[in-house]
Write a protein that binds this ligand. Structure first.
Ligand code: ACO
Length: 375
């Protein structure tokens, strides 16, 4: 109990700090609602532009509104020269992709954007794709305003027009991760914008929060484990050894869900479609075996804690199926989540209430100052 009578909740677990209409997570039932639609209902149907519009404005656009919104986003994709220069410098120093995204996102303030939320959504994929190519010694591919948001992202990465199956799989992924209650990066964004700071600052903070392995940094390591295992019979010894060393199994467990993360099922279905048509079906089958073994061992490891598969495990498989290397997984998460971050910035700006919790002082009291020679 703090001096003001407020109670201490480590990690803010169980604390409701925000009322939002953007998304709701029922961790006991395993239900994720995105502005009124279940994740299963909306993710596989909507384009990413529709999803952004829905989260920002609490309703899907009609055909005319959608065309105008697509056009507005497409028009804002191109990066200022200063942003590209910075990305070139970062690539020469081999800065990790999430750090490059963070510093480049900051430069969007240089334009004094009229609609920062629009610029942030429009340009995040351009930054990620440009940096990906620069790191490999290739020139960035200019955005194509004739392509939809997801198709254009794949085009800028590969310099090749993507097929419809890949675009649908990517849109399903981006929609699935577009928002998720008061997760750490969204909370960071809301705290920043609640001081009446600006959305660019808020999204820079959110990118920093997303980078950590306990949040958005898990899918790369999750896939690395599947590769390390290599064959179903190795799953148990490899995973057991990791747990024995006190490591966490990436792609499992969640602060809110005590049942299977519903996003895992949506992405598993999308990944299965992708791998069945044009992927490495053996890898998909191996991942299913790894998941089964991990769940059994986690139940042994923390009985009754219900550590279940989270979104990151199937994210890894789906993005791998799309041909994305692991260093693009977390930046691609940001390409989707920036929809939710910006929606929360708009909601928080309308709410206009400073977010300012308390702390409980547990340090010493009554100390007297002594000069350095007497300490
Ligand atoms: N592997 C092994 N042990 C685990 C795992 C795991 N994946 N997850 C939790 N545990 C253990 C914890 O160490 C803890 O043990 P302890 O009581 O001895 O310390 C116990 O299970 C209970 O942990 P929780 O309270 O359920 O976990 P918490 O809410 O603090 O953390 C988190 C949730 C960070 C997601 C955790 O499960 C984890 O580290 N998972 C692996 C990383 C991961 O997949 N992150 C992506 C999350 S999804 C997202 O952010 C988009």
């Amino acid at each position: 109990m703090g001096s003001s009578g407020a109670s201490f909740a480590p990690g803010l677990e169980g604390v409701v700090a925000v009322r939002t209409r953007i998304s709701g997570v029922d961790g006991g039932a395993g239900v994720l609602t995105l502005a009124g639609y279940s994740v299963e209902e909306i993710s596989g149907h909507a384009s990413f532009e529709e999803m952004v519009y829905l989260l920002w404005r609490d309703g899907l656009p009609d055909a005319e509104e959608l065309a105008a919104f697509r056009g507005a986003l497409a028009e804002r994709r191109e990066l200022p020269g200063a942003t590209l220069d910075l990305l070139r410098t970062a690539a020469a120093r081999k800065v990790p992709a999430m750090d490059a995204l963070r510093v480049a996102a900051d430069t969007l303030s240089l334009d004094a954007p009229e609609d920062p939320a629009l610029d942030l959504v429009a340009r995040t994929p351009t930054i990620v794709a440009a940096y990906h190519r620069l790191l490999r010694g290739e020139e960035p591919v200019a955005p194509d305003p004739g392509l939809g948001h997801a198709a254009n992202y794949l085009y800028m990465l590969r310099d090749e027009r993507p097929g419809g199956g890949s675009v649908r799989a990517l849109e399903t992924y981006l929609n699935t991760v577009s928002d998720h209650g008061m997760n750490a990066s969204t909370f960071a964004a809301r705290v920043i914008v609640a001081t009446r700071s600006d959305p660019v600052s808020a999204i820079v903070g959110a990118i920093g929060a997303l980078k950590g392995p306990l949040h958005g940094g898990a899918p790369g390591p999750a896939l690395d484990v599947v590769f390390e295992i290599g064959a179903a019979e190795n799953a148990e010894p490899v995973l057991r050894e990791r747990l024995r060393r006190g490591e966490r199994l990436m792609g499992f467990g969640h602060r809110i869900y005590r049942v299977r993360d519903p996003r895992a099922d949506v992405l598993a279905a999308a990944a299965e479609r992708l791998f069945t048509t044009d992927g490495d079906r053996d890898l998909y089958d191996l991942a299913l075996q790894v998941e089964k073994t991990a769940l059994r061992l986690l139940e042994e490891h923390r009985p009754g804690r219900n550590l279940q598969t989270n979104v990151e495990f199937y994210t890894a498989l789906l993005l791998h199926g799309l041909g994305l290397p692991t260093d693009l997984f977390t930046p691609t998460f940001a390409v989707g989540r920036v929809a939710g971050w910006t929606a929360h910035c708009l909601e928080q700006q309308a709410e206009d209430r400073l977010i300012r919790p308390q702390s409980e002082y547990v340090g010493a009291t009554g100390r007297s100052w002594r000069p350095p020679g007497e300490r």
